[in-house]
Design a protein around this ligand. Structure first.
Ligand code: PEP
Length: 250
């Protein structure tokens, strides 16, 4: 069975609530594509206004992070219950910016992944190597380790519904995209790793995105690769270009 493509925007720390509403309204007619799941992952404060603006469209609103506890003395954090109550279906976990600036580790990513599944939220689990790791030739080992830790204690049924985003750190926000062959090599290796940890059926079902300077000019070639099931898009998700990325197949 062919996997359905999933193209998600990661707004990062951009857009006030009123700007978020304006952007959703601008993009709404541009991102209609019945072949693709379309997700806008937005700052926590924008979730509710974006959700209201996206009503009656194909846009699903997601979060950019989530804590792994239910509630309590964790000032500044957002709980899974809060996301569920707001109607959130997807959450980005383990983005390299969270790992670099906010001390996210493979272990905290795993705790968050388990919590997201417990609450019926689909995690978009990020992994990826630095340029040094690529040059050292250890990138596939590194990514396999990230995946194996992120999926600890995750059942096969849960894993089948997960989304993995392969995002080489050297390609995020740099304008330097991995070639489609480089991206396919790693996405294929991730799928093989899932088959090794679980089974072929789980590997066939799980969706693997590529992220890293995806734009309207390179999306079609990347998404045509057999193991690339869509993209996680940063900068280009904040502009009308996102409509062209979502409609890469038209
Ligand atoms: C990202 O934020 O996940 C990302 C891939 O950013 P960009 O598309 O800007 O490289």
């Amino acid at each position: 069975m062919a996997r359905r493509k999933i193209i998600a925007g990661n707004w990062k720390m951009n857009k006030t609530p009123s700007e978020a509403v304006a952007l959703v309204n601008e993009l709404k007619p541009l991102v209609a594509n019945e072949d693709v799941d379309v997700v806008f992952c937005v700052p926590a404060i924008d979730i509710i206004p974006a959700m209201i603006a996206a009503k009656d469209s194909n846009i699903c609103i997601g979060a950019e992070n989530m804590y792994f506890e239910e509630s309590g003395a964790y000032t500044g954090e957002i709980s899974p219950n809060m996301l569920v109550d707001a109607g959130v279906k997807y959450v980005v976990l383990g983005h390299s910016e969270r790992r670099e600036y906010f001390a996210e580790t493979d272990e905290t990513v795993n705790k968050k992944v388990l919590k997201a599944f417990e609450h019926g939220i689909t995690p978009i689990i990020c992994c990826g190597e630095t340029l040094t790791q690529r040059k050292q030739g250890i990138y596939l080992d590194w990514i396999r380790m990230q995946i194996k830790i992120a999926f600890q204690n995750v059942t096969a049924d849960q894993a089948k519904t997960a989304v993995i985003a392969y995002e080489p750190i050297w390609a995020i926000g740099t304008g330097e995209t991995a070639t489609s062959d480089q991206a396919e090599e790693v996405c294929g290796a991730i799928r093989a790793c899932i088959a090794e940890v679980y089974d072929e059926a789980t590997a066939e079902a799980i969706r693997i995105q590529y992220g890293g300077s995806v734009n309207a000019g390179n999306a079609a070639e990347l998404f045509a690769k057999p193991d690339i099931d869509g993209g996680l898009v940063g900068g280009a998700s904040l502009k009308a270009d996102f409509g062209k990325i979502v409609n890469y197949n038209k």
